[in-house]
Design a protein around this ligand. Sequence first.
Ligand SMILES: Cc1cc2nc3c(=O)[nH]c(=O)nc-3n(C[C@H](O)[C@H](O)[C@H](O)COP(=O)(O)OP(=O)(O)OC[C@H]3O[C@@H](n4cnc5c(N)ncnc54)[C@H](O)[C@@H]3O)c2cc1C
Length: 394
Amino acid sequence: MSGEPGRLDELSAFDEGDALLRGGVRSLLKRYDRSYFLACYRDGREPDALWRELCAAGYVGTGVPEQFGGGGAALDSAVAVAEELAAAGLPLLSFIMTELCLPVIARHASQELATRLLPPIVSGERRLAFAITEPDAGTNSFAMKTTATPSGSEYVVSGRKRWISSAGNAEDLFLVCAAGDRPSSRGRRPLTILMIDLAAPGVSTELLTADAGTPERQYDVVFDDLRVPAGNLVGAEGEGATALFEALNTERVLIAAFAYGLGFHCVERAVHYARERAPFGDPIGSYQSVQHPLSALWAELSAARALNREAVRAVGLSDASAAGLANAAKWLGSEAANRAADHAIQIHGGNGITDEYDLVPLWRTTRLMRFAPINNEMVLNQIGQHVLGLAKSY
Ligand SMILES: Cc1cc2nc3c(=O)[nH]c(=O)nc-3n(C[C@H](O)[C@H](O)[C@H](O)COP(=O)(O)OP(=O)(O)OC[C@H]3O[C@@H](n4cnc5c(N)ncnc54)[C@H](O)[C@@H]3O)c2cc1C
């Protein structure tokens, strides 16, 4: 072999259209690179300028039907944007949340609601947050306590959501709550999805103290007898789980792309440093104990990417294998990415924990991806139960 190897965070394109899309995203991310993201993170401000530019260029809502202002493209496009953002070190949590909710709104909201909400979200004029998690229910969404109770032509919403990314910076909230007047069935509360105007009286946000290594902050969102027009319903009342479950595979492949994308970013950083740093004369990258873990990580991240490609194909075909593949890609990608961040810190020695080298925020974000938006135990539960056919374990 001859010549310089390419950068590990420059992911290959799958075809001409894909190359064009990636080229566009990359040129935008030259102006909004990791240093921009990090400055927002350190200054405690949301990366709004980046979001606006992504929307203006058509990189948010690529899968939303054109009649609602989107690109009408297949899921591959959103995954390519996610890969490019992450490989550049820009894991915008809002991207995952927004891309998860948009197709559900497009498919299950009334024509009137979708026409009113989707175009300004896709264009970046309004921001969207997603709320399902609660302080007590956590992973078990069917135990949630926030309720939407029908009252004439409205719903009355009461309760508290936790860990809602960017809720203090958004106008609209995709809210999953329990159908207030319906009984649980087999321990599961029927769910209702409502679109909430975060400026409405009866909604408040409380900033949480947490550090995910990203500029987007998390909030509690509190509902105190909030009145919501019945027209803001997404899907049928009490049938929210059906609408939402359709989107779960999309969320998994997007978070997988974020995870291995960040993993490649970390490996690139580590390799760059390992070529230069030479406390004993030879670059530390020439030592097998430094080099082999990097080679193994590159192999694992590449495998996660290949598997995710299979998952995206299966999701597109609504194939029964989609959930297992998407979960496997999420697991493989997030575990490898977190090890990549950890090994990058290790081979940077003391520099690994300095602000200057900016590796600890990457470790935090890759660590997060092992338990959010879904923890890796639940991912393995799904594979154990539905791919391997073993008994439900929880
Ligand atoms: C930075 C950040 C951003 C987030 N953004 C959002 C957002 O925008 N919107 C939103 O709704 N939520 C958001 N979340 C919430 C996130 O999705 C939850 O943290 C996650 O779903 C898990 O809930 P929990 O933290 O309450 O953990 P718990 O449900 O308490 O679980 C704790 C741990 O127990 C184990 N565990 C749980 N259940 C099982 C099981 N059945 N089998 C085996 N092990 C299990 C796992 O190790 C798990 O990590 C965010 C969280 C963070 C930290």
